[in-house]
Design a protein around this ligand. Structure first.
Ligand code: HEC
Length: 169
């Protein structure tokens, strides 16, 4: 009986691990940046709703980012910070039509703070995006992270980051 229980536990654990390990099958981008592990389990830093292209975004962070956010030490963000942004198209909430809700998944993108490794691009952050549900790495020789950096330049003085961590009680 005990052995059976153990086997069952092992089976469940293994399947949970392999579900998480799925992200490692995703291809790195052209800079060699890997899709951060377990990003789907990260905590929330902020949210945003883009009115022009009707999309909803959640901004997430790894443990280092969350700690920095809670202690308001975000300019600069500490080494090892990873910020993530997940984007969905929006739809009317089925059961409450005056609300909007996330619909189709658009992309996941990340900023990875490593001042030495990413010194060359002038920001101290690694930039990477994976498109759609099949998580295809974004970018080619024409544009890998130049458009990211160009669009984040107005917030250069905030360590290149737009989002302000949400206020919490
Ligand atoms: C057209 C302008 C634009 C481009 C291009 C762009 N971003 Fe952003 N990014 C923003 C804005 C604005 C936000 C703030 C959240 C929001 O409103 O979506 C943001 C937020 C983020 C965040 C969350 C941290 C923060 O700054 O708030 C990450 C991570 C991010 N972007 C990564 C990228 C990456 C990687 C690329 C390139 C592949 C990229 N961005 C390209 C405008 C841009």
């Amino acid at each position: 009986m005990k052995t059976r229980l153990l086997l069952l536990t092992l089976a469940v654990t293994t399947s949970l691990i392999s579900a998480n390990a799925d992200t490692t099958k995703v291809k790195p981008n052209l800079d060699g940046i890997e899709l951060p592990e377990n990003y789907k389990d990260w905590k929330v830093i902020s949210a945003s709703h883009r009115l022009d292209n009707k999309s909803m975004r959640i901004i997430l962070g790894n443990d280092i980012a969350i700690k920095a956010a809670r202690y308001q030490q975000t300019n600069p963000w500490p080494e090892g910070t990873i910020l993530g942004k997940l984007v969905w198209k929006q739809k009317a909430e089925e059961n409450w039509p005056t609300a909007i809700a996330p619909d189709e998944f658009v992309h996941a993108e990340f900023m990875i703070k490593d001042s030495k490794k990413y010194k060359k691009n002038g920001t101290g952050w690694g930039w990477a995006r994976w498109l759609g549900k099949d998580q295809k790495p974004y970018g080619d020789d024409k544009d890998l992270n130049q458009s990211c950096i160009a669009c984040h330049t107005p917030v250069k003085g905030r360590d290149w980051v737009y989002s302000t961590p949400v206020s919490l009680p």
